[in-house]
Design a protein around this ligand. Sequence first.
Ligand code: HEC
Length: 160
Amino acid sequence: MQPDPSKKNLRPLGILALFLVLGVGVLTAVNTARNWSVSARARKLENPVPSTDAAIAAGMQIYADHCRSCHGEKGDGKGPKAAELSVAPGDFTDQRKMRRLADGELFWQITRGRLPMPAFEDKLSEEARWQVVDYIRTFSEKPAGSPPAAPARHDAGPQP
Ligand code: HEC
């Protein structure tokens, strides 16, 4: 007897198709979570913590406690733990790369992490994560050892 192509026989196919669609959905979601540079939404996130001296000082402390071991004292990715990692930690002194990355992306990467980098979503408050974003920006902004202010002019007398 030939199998008869009735609805009953098509049902397993329909179920299979449903699982396929679900599977693709799940894979897409997983892939989105894995991919750091995807999120257009992350790019547009505004940094609510202005880069003030206080924010940078707070970020520096957070960095020393949570990030320096891998990313290094100078932010160049050469921390003491870096050599043991399967992936090299990011280099924050790379001006071109840092200019390309929006604050929101850095925030998102810190929030989510990506192995071997841990996620900081549960370890640091949102404010702390923005402060550390402000701080890691400083690695690519000022050339190391640059004088803090323009030299004083000798001929500048008091203004009338
Ligand atoms: C266990 C080591 C480790 C620690 C601790 C760590 N990171 Fe990372 N980080 C990495 C690695 C490795 C990468 C590169 C991951 C990749 O490309 O897949 C990375 C990448 C990044 C990136 C992506 C940009 C880039 O340059 O690649 C940012 C931003 C970042 N880390 C910030 C931080 C901050 C901020 C902290 C502390 C709150 C921190 N990380 C703590 C290892 C670490």
